[in-house]
Design a protein around this ligand. Structure first.
Ligand code: PLP
Length: 396
């Protein structure tokens, strides 16, 4: 990958940040804006995690850590991975990075170059495509459809693989749809991938424990036959409400059989960010090993809001919303309102004071949808739905 000016010009953005900036500007001008745009929990990081960071600072942990992360933090990730997936990884496979996004950058820049194809979900997290474009590889969208519960279809995904395909990006539970891909589909996908040993897999599992109604999250780690070409992205941002701490982890193959992928990322870290700040890494250990009551309370709150949002959206004229199975997003279908989704999103912000994101910001198949993050209070969600209803009725 060569970082030319043209490569930077090809790089996209995450429109949620632009919507947040616009919503903040409107609020500062005295407008009452309800923000259902940004994908971050509206909860504070649990107190014992904050205390662990303060203690680390007081104890003098002010210096560099190893580029791959503190051994103690990587060992905490090993424990957490065992609990959530039943799979025992080695700390030598775990990399601590400043958030989830750097893993995307690392994986996509290792595999992406002109002449290669990278498969990614559409609709999906916008940074996948942006990074693929940056490397000059060809972005190949894998459709994720409402009629399929916003899950990946193994058959459809496998049919898109060509001799040029180097990387397949998966995300479940998914942003922006809240879809979860069932184990049966992942099993079929893994089986099919055995015929394509040259295709690496980046599985974004950052919402792994954010599921509802007992829905199972199936981790790709549970398939040993692909372990030497599998990268699993995860992190603290969503689960422990730590988006601003910039703490992520990923699990990489290590050793010659996997072309020393882990070591390549270690080198990238040395060149780009040296390490994640030490106090955050101590906080990360406390998050994993400490009490999970606050996280459970947060998930109960999200679950209640999910019912409220889905019910409220389905009561709006010409709007239909499937019940999301994970994460904290609703992805209502607004095709029958007669509005173009992006126009509707920007109009609702400017005229009704509700910030949300147009589906096309997540891919071509996002046309006809909006994304609402229910990381806001029940009271605000109810007010937002009332405003949307009143606006849609007046402007049908
Ligand atoms: N992956 C997905 C699917 C996300 O939705 C997000 C954030 O919204 C990330 C990764 C990035 O997480 P982080 O803030 O830790 O970089």
């Amino acid at each position: 990958m060569i970082h030319t000016v043209a490569a930077f010009d090809r790089m996209g953005e995450e429109n949620a940040f632009a919507v947040l900036a616009r919503a903040t500007a409107l609020s500062q001008n005295g407008r009452d804006i309800i923000n259902l745009g940004i994908g971050q929990p509206d909860f504070r990081t649990p107190e014992h995690i904050v205390e662990a960071a303060i203690k680390a600072l007081r104890d003098g942990h002010h210096g560099y850590t190893p580029a791959t992360g503190l051994l103690a933090t990587r060992e905490a990730v090993v424990r957490r991975t065992l609990t959530t997936t039943g799979v025992e990884v080695s700390p030598d496979n775990v990399m601590i990075l400043p958030g989830g996004k750097p893993t995307m950058y690392a994986a996509i820049s290792i595999f992406g170059e002109p002449g290669n194809d990278i498969l990614y979900p559409d609709p999906g997290f916008p940074i996948y495509r942006s990074m693929i474009e940056f490397t000059g590889a060809r972005p190949v969208p894998v459709p994720v459809r409402e009629e399929n519960g916003f899950a990946f279809s193994a058959a459809e995904t496998l049919a898109l693989i060509t001799p040029q395909t180097r990387l397949l990006i998966l995300n479940s539970p998914a942003n922006p749809t809240g879809g979860i891909t069932p184990r049966s589909e992942i099993e079929a996908l893994v089986k099919g991938l055995e015929a394509h040993p040259g295709v690496a897999i980046l599985s974004d599992e950052i919402y792994d424990t954010m599921t509802y109604d007992g829905e199972e999250h199936c981790s790709l780690l549970q398939f040993p036959q692909i372990r030497d070409r599998l990268i699993v992205l995860n992190g603290w941002s969503k689960t422990w409400a730590m988006t601003g701490w910039r703490m992520g982890w990923s699990i990489w193959p290590n050793g010659e059989k996997s072309a020393n992928l882990y070591d390549k990322v270690r080198k990238l870290a040395v060149n780009c960010w040296s390490c994640v700040n030490a106090p955050s890494q101590y906080a990360g250990i406390a998050a994993i090993d400490g009490p999970q009551d606050d996280v459970e309370a947060m998930m109960r709150a999200f679950d209640n809001r999910r019912s409220l949002v889905v019910e409220g959206l389905n009561a709006l004229p010409n709007v239909h919303c499937a019940t999301p199975k994970g994460a904290f997003y609703a992805f209502p279908n607004v095709a029958k309102t007669g509005w173009k989704a992006k126009k509707l999103a920007s109009t609702l912000l400017e005229e009704a004071g509700v910030a949300l994101i147009g589906g096309p910001d997540f891919g071509v198949l996002g046309e006809g949808y909006l994304r609402l993050s229910y990381a806001n209070s029940e009271e605000n969600i109810i007010r937002a739905l009332e405003r949307m209803g009143a606006y849609l009725e007046k402007n049908a």
